[in-house]
Design a protein around this ligand. Structure first.
Ligand code: ATP
Ligand code: MG
Length: 336
């Protein structure tokens, strides 16, 4: 099992791919779930690819709302968090057509029954904004296998909801290699952080699209307002008990992550201060922790052209890598 530490010891042996949907600004779930790990891997000298999965926006809604603007804002969040565009390749899915050519042979490697069993897809259908479930909703994990495998990474830092998808990718890599008697694709491993499923202000998975997120780029006042509205309970004695008190425990967890402490210790400090004291503590911890990131974000936001240049350069590089992989795939399949 690869860990962050073991990967960082031999950076030249690894390559990382991961990404996000351009559905809104990145939030604390992204930050503690995957973004911090991305930056750590990059800073250890590991090559990093970041896909902005713009076609994937259409899995649960009819139209993508301002996809280009959201994509640029993702770049802004990445750079503010410490992603270095000189070292990392940041690209949008829609700018790399070879990825869609990989999709078709990959689709042939999975059964309809397997696609229907995916628990993350089921959860996303439950939260979908569409009355009917589209074919894209069922097949996007295969699309994602193409987004991942094109650059042959061995490590994918993700949140817990991505584990079933990564299993699809691993299955496709293995079956492709078996069927065509090749070793073209590695079977990439997921890298989970200690906070692989951060709760949002309603106690469910913090998500860009579910109105329960604390964005990295929120102002301090907005942060305070969002945390004030978080679901808690009537017991004034604050304690960490994720099973029975999910709301209170999620907030304690958040403060603990920001302060690099144990959530029980945060709870003890608040004692019988109730939800108001808890929320004030969490707000202070979040705002304090994000202050340097937010300052960098504000400075970077002044130059939108720079964000677009980062995407253009990343897309150029991703296209070169994807074209090479597609040529290899076609050769192995006897298409040329
Ligand atoms: P949406 O609601 O639009 O799907 P999202 O918040 O789920 O947005 P994604 O772009 O789907 O974000 O996910 C990007 C990455 O962030 C994935 O690796 C995912 O596992 C991780 N991630 C998202 N939310 C959380 C969370 N609450 N805790 C930990 N990791 C998360
Ligand atoms: Mg999601």
């Amino acid at each position: 099992m690869l860990t962050l530490e073991s990967a960082c010891r031999r950076p030249e042996r690894h390559r990382v791919l991961t990404g996000d949907r351009p559905t809104g600004p990145l939030h604390l779930g992204h930050y503690f779930g995957t973004l911090q790990n991305r930056v750590r891997l990059q800073d250890a000298g590991i090559e990093l690819f970041l896909v902005i999965a713009d076609y994937q926006v259409l899995t649960d809604r009819d139209l993508a709302d301002r996809p280009a603007e959201h994509a640029e804002n993702l770049v802004l969040d990445y750079l503010a968090a410490g992603i270095d565009p000189e070292r990392a390749t940041v690209f949008t899915h829609s700018s790399v057509p070879a990825l869609n050519q990989l999709l078709l042979p990959f689709l042939s490697l999975v059964s309809v029954a397997e696609l229907g069993r995916n628990p993350t897809v089921k959860d996303e259908i439950a939260h979908s904004r569409q009355a009917a479930v589209s074919g894209l909703m069922f097949t996007y994990p295969v699309h994602q296998a193409a987004d991942i495998l094109f650059c042959k990474p061995d490590l994918v830092p993700v949140g817990q909801d991505q584990l079933p998808h990564l299993e699809v990718t691993r299955t496709i890599a293995r079956r492709f290699n078996d069927r065509y008697r090749t070793d073209l694709f590695p079977e990439p491993q997921a890298l989970l952080s200690p906070a692989p499923l951060l709760a949002g202000t309603d106690g469910g998975k913090m998500s860009k699209s579910r109105g329960n997120a604390i964005p990295l780029g929120a102002t301090e006042d907005e942060t305070a307002r969002l945390i004030r509205a978080a679901t808690t309970d009537a017991d004034r004695q604050i304690g960490y008990d994720p099973e029975r008190r999910p709301g209170v425990s999620g907030l304690l967890r958040l403060a603990a992550l920001c302060q690099d402490r144990d959530p029980h210790a945060v709870a003890e400090e608040i004692g019988s201060g109730g939800a108001a004291r808890l929320k004030a503590t969490v707000t202070e911890a979040v705002n304090e922790h994000l202050r340097p990131l937010r300052a960098r974000r504000t400075a970077l936001a002044a130059d939108r052209d720079h964000l677009r240049r980062v995407l253009r350069a990343g897309s150029e590089r991703a296209n070169a890598v994807a074209d090479t992989t597609l040529a290899e795939v076609r050769a192995v399949m006897g298409s040329v």
